[in-house]
Design a protein around this ligand. Structure first.
Ligand code: GA4
Length: 321
């Protein structure tokens, strides 16, 4: 049973989660509020062609329907990685299979072609089209946020995603229905976590599963919408706003539906050498809540942690009261 429904005429989901029309210039204030209160919001009128989304979904479904032995060949360190049930390398498991790709699609394509030949050409064209459009939208959102926060230049955040060295990742997830024989086990689709990067852009098909955690720790189900995007504030953006924006804890519950859930997520990250620290123009005499670190250091630490860990904890300064 769907717990919540969407009311298209008002500016929040039934859950209270903000629904933002980014084609309206005055949405910058709503974006800032959403990042402060939820670290999460839904975006409509985003300008990404719907066929880019559906074309990539078709490619993803085709890929995941290949025999396991073929999918398992889709591993090329630093370029792409197929995974099944094992998330990260520290013992986290989910009822999910996935493909992680670097967004440097040229090098991914070359490595991909060596495994999938002709079909890979097509895959990388559709992927490229989608990732470029989604990156552009993510940058527009970051620029509206800079405007809303009254910080200059307005590309202070978006330039990190546009940089040639930007360490962004793209992920395709496939959540197959759990067979009935497995139904009684305590399974999760993708365990709770926050995203380490700056901003994540999620698009899923119309099968539910995504939940976010509210400030009071309650979990709410987010009704899926295949024509919209869901945006997560990542840990790096929380730090760059000195804690004003919150990186949202989220998870995907196990799929008990008949249809598979398929999601695609762009994780916008800075170059590895980038210093992650509160933006000086936001500080106005405030002290930084965080010790300084580079994205390389944070990413290395994140990839050694467990999914549910509070990764920012290590970098928080002890403030004398
Ligand atoms: C969460 C966000 C992205 O999916 C990801 C994930 C990564 C992985 O799947 O390998 C991590 C997870 C994510 C955070 C903690 C570490 C690393 C799994 C894990 C246990 C690709 C990312 O960048 O961080």
């Amino acid at each position: 049973m769907e717990q919540f429904s969407v009311n298209k005429n008002c500016s929040t989901l039934y859950t209270g989660v903000p629904l933002i029309d980014i084609s309206k210039p005055d949405s910058k204030t709503l974006l800032v509020k959403a990042c402060e209160e939820f670290g999460f919001f839904k975006v409509i009128n985003h300008g990404v062609p719907i066929e880019y989304m559906s074309n990539l979904e078709v490619k993803a479904v085709n890929f995941f329907s290949l025999p396991l032995s073929v999918k398992q060949k889709a591993v090329s360190p630093h370029f792409f990685e197929y995974g099944n049930k094992m998330i990260g390398s520290n013992g986290d498991f989910g009822w999910v299979e996935y493909l992680i790709l670097t967004t440097n699609t040229e090098s991914s394509r070359r490595n991909f072609s060596s495994i999938f030949g002709e079909a890979a050409e097509n895959f990388s064209r559709v992927l490229n089209e989608y990732v470029s459009a989604v990156r552009k939208m993510a940058c527009e959102i970051l620029e509206m946020l800079a405007d809303g926060l009254k910080i200059e230049p307005r590309n202070v955040l978006s330039k990190l995603l546009m940089d040639d060295q930007s360490d962004s990742i793209f992920r395709l997830n496939h959540y197959p229905p759990v067979p009935e024989s497995n139904g009684k086990k305590n399974l999760i689709g993708f365990g709770e976590h926050t995203d380490p990067q700056i901003l994540s852009v999620l698009r899923s098909n119309n099968t539910s599963g995504l939940q976010i955690s509210l400030k009071d720790g309650d979990w709410i189900s987010i009704p899926p919408d295949q024509n919209s995007f869901f945006i997560n504030v990542g840990d790096s953006l929380q730090v760059m706003t000195n804690g004003r924006f919150k990186s949202v804890r989220h998870r995907v519950v196990v799929n008990n539906k008949k249809e598979s859930r398929v999601s695609m997520i762009y994780f916008g990250g800075p170059p590895l050498s980038e210093k992650i620290a509160p933006l000086p123009s936001l500080m106005k005499g405030e002290d930084s809540l965080y010790k300084e670190f580079t994205w390389f250091e944070y990413k290395r630490y994140a990839f050694q942690s467990r999914l549910a860990d509070n990764r920012l904890g290590l970098f928080e300064k002890i403030v004398a009261s």
